[in-house]
Write a protein that binds this ligand. Structure first.
Ligand SMILES: [Zn+2]
Ligand SMILES: [Zn+2]
Length: 398
């Protein structure tokens, strides 16, 4: 930090009232994946107000802005996701969701407000960070399959000007308010999902001997799937296989002819991802066959593993330590089994994905819960983290 200018942290504090207002606007009117129409309008209005040129798309609610397009130097893209979740909000916030069944329960409202805050700081500061900064507002992160990142990449968000580094962040209630977390290597899991339709023979429940009982076969499949975790993968390589829904039957004395199971698979290594997919299909078919039942398997790949490359991650962590103080910048020990389509940018461009601490001791709430209410003071650190990450990568490329 040059002694003659305001620190980024101080600039962020001055920007807090604006960030708070943006965040409130997003929070009040949450929109689900691929429906982010009003959210897009709000982002567009804020960028217009800040005088930042941007691009929108006919068929998609993303917004891509750029600050200092004429500057030479590395191009850093900063990304925030825009969508909310199908959750009915149960907080006592004065600006809680207006819509039953829709809520910003994953903190994407905070991500957008922090990115707008960072943008405001960058346009108002007399100090350029050293190169163009792209602002990526991305819909449909929660969608889970194609995801909004892929859609924006397909629409050229990493080109013109070509992006050299990409940085994103996610609120994290496990990290204390005021801190930022970083991690090198695999940081979030790959997420795939499956639907298994077990086909037996329906009939009277008093005569189960007459045909394969789909309920029994499905139950054996649920238990059998756990041996993929305990006996197929390597013990030091984290894997989760969970069945989240189990549907079949109409009443106590009728055996249904069909049971449908749905579940998710989380892995880190791509070899393990292939292995679990193959083994799951084989195991499921073998269990069904051993009962003379049939099974239809649909296995869908979702987001890839999020891997933070060491070079850019270290450069950003170092820059953050200088700005925020070493004790407020923490190396996160464990990866998360959750998934993020920020991984799709990192597959193409180096960069890093940070965690923004929103944890407060006596106010525990988890992401995706109806009571999730991150402290808005995190906006100050969030906006600072984005600006400092861009500046660090542009000044001292890894
Ligand atoms: Zn989420
Ligand atoms: Zn999220």
């Amino acid at each position: 930090m040059g002694g003659d200018r305001e620190s980024w942290l101080a600039a962020a504090r001055r920007t807090l009232p604006a960030m708070r207002a943006w965040r409130m606007g997003f929070h009040l009117e949450p929109e689900l994946s691929l429906e982010e129409e009003k959210t897009q309008e709000k982002v567009v209005a804020a960028l217009n107000e800040l005088g930042i040129p941007f691009r929108t798309f006919d068929d998609f609610h993303g917004v891509v802005g750029v600050i200092g397009a004429e500057r030479s130097g590395p191009v850093v893209a900063l990304r925030a996701d825009m969508d909310a979740l199908p959750v009915t909000e149960c907080t006592d916030l004065p600006f809680r969701s207006r819509y039953p069944g829709k809520m910003h329960a994953c903190g994407h409202d905070v991500h957008m407000a922090a990115l707008l805050g960072a943008a405001a700081m960058l346009v108002r500061s007399s100090h350029s960070t050293g190169g163009p900064v792209k602002l990526i507002f991305q819909p449909a992160e929660e969608e889970g399959h194609e995801g909004g990142a892929q859609a924006l990449i397909d629409r050229g968000c990493l080109a013109d000007p070509k992006v050299d580094y990409v940085v994103g962040q996610h609120v994290d209630p496990a990290l204390a308010l005021g801190t930022v977390g970083w991690r090198i290597g695999p940081t979030m899991a790959a997420a795939d999902d499956f639907t298994l339709t077990v086909i037996g023979k329906g009939g009277h429940a008093s005569t189960p001997q007459q045909g394969p009982d789909a309920i029994l076969v499905a139950s054996e499949i649920v238990t059998g799937l756990q041996t993929l975790v305990s006996r197929v993968r390597e013990p030091f390589d984290p894997v989760v296989v969970s069945v989240g829904s189990f549907h079949g039957g109409t009443r106590n004395n009728i055996l249904p002819s069909e049971v449908v199971l749905e579940g998710t698979v989380r892995t880190f290594r791509s070899s393990t991802r292939d292995l679990i997919e193959r083994s799951l299909k084989r195991r499921v078919r073998a269990i069904a066959a051993s009962h003379g039942a049939r099974v239809r398997v649909v296995y869908r790949r979702g987001y890839p593993t999020l891997v933070n490359p060491p070079g850019p991650t270290r450069v950003v962590a170092e820059g953050l330590s200088v700005e925020l103080g070493r004790k407020n910048v923490v190396e996160v020990e464990h990866p998360l089994m959750g998934a993020e389509d920020f991984s799709r940018y990192l597959e193409r461009v180096p960069g890093t994905f940070l965690r923004l601490g929103v944890g407060v001791a006596d106010r525990p709430a988890s992401l995706h819960s109806a009571t999730f209410a991150p402290d808005e003071r995190a906006l100050v650190v969030g906006a600072t983290a984005l600006v400092v990450a861009a500046e660090s990568l542009q000044r001292s490329p890894p």
